[in-house]
Design a protein around this ligand. Structure first.
Ligand code: 13P
Length: 248
């Protein structure tokens, strides 16, 4: 049985004043029946960890280095995230693949570092619009899955997020059939490679998830939750998405 996961990716947004949104979210969902995750900028991890107290809210980083320490100016390691209160880390987000040239192999190395530090890796993948229109979606996501998921992956330490690049921040969402097709392919490949562990890995959909479209997406087979960008910044919107997932 895969536990549902509502994950918020705050990206490069959030100042201490925005902790009020987290307080409001925790108050509205005091005893959630699903996993709730917020991945704030690294500067807000420790304050959020203090704020959450005994609440079940999970926290995550948005990237980590493959090394645990060293001369890597500007980077952050998996043990550092863990020490700041993180339980998860997003890896291979398309914005990082695009801006920093992160390769599948680099992402797999980061995932191993995350696993060693006791973090759950949320590995992101997805096709561009050109790839979608060229009919390449399934081979592209299959190749990303094969190369960016570390061999150390288990149902407990790895989550996969399918985020079509053309759906991120655009308000454009794939059809329900398109989401179903990709998630079925990811599930089949994970099960073939990892057996029962692959069958137990959670698959999230991400890209313009909002309160208005969440319920129909969460009703799809093999959609175990969402990775939410813009709509995770406000407690009212993210809370509505959490409610939709809880009811699915
Ligand atoms: P939006 O929900 O803003 O489209 O962002 C999705 C995303 O990139 C989450 O990682």
């Amino acid at each position: 049985m895969r536990r549902k996961l509502a994950a918020g990716n705050w990206k490069m947004n959030g100042l201490p004043a925005d902790l009020a949104e987290v307080s409001a979210l925790m108050a509205a969902h005091a005893a959630p029946a699903i996993d709730i995750l917020i991945c704030p900028p690294a500067t807000l991890l420790a304050p959020m960890a203090s704020l959450r107290g005994p609440h079940a809210l999970r926290l995550g980083g948005q990237d980590c280095h493959a090394a645990s320490a060293g001369a890597h100016t500007g980077d952050i390691s998996a043990p550092m995230l863990r020490a700041a209160g993180a339980d998860y880390v997003i890896l291979g987000h398309s914005e990082r693949r695009a801006a920093y040239g992160e390769t599948d192999a680099a992402i797999a190395a980061k995932a191993m570092a995350a696993h060693s530090a006791g973090l759950i890796a949320v590995i992101c993948l997805g096709e561009t619009l050109d790839q979608r229109e060229a009919g390449q979606t399934l081979p592209i996501v299959a190749a990303q899955l094969a190369a960016s998921v570390a061999q150390s992956a288990t149902a407990q330490n790895t989550v996969i997020a399918y985020e079509p690049i053309w759906a991120i921040g655009t308000g454009r969402v794939p059809t329900l059939a398109q989401i179903t097709e990709v998630h079925a392919k990811l599930r089949a490949d994970l099960t073939q490679r990892f057996g029962a562990q692959g069958a137990g890995m959670r698959l999230l959909y991400g890209g313009s998830v909002k309160p208005s479209n969440a319920a129909e997406i969460f009703a799809l087979p093999d959609v175990d939750g969402a990775l939410v960008g813009g709509a995770s910044l406000k407690a009212a919107d993210f809370g509505a998405i959490i409610s939709a997932l809880s009811a699915a």
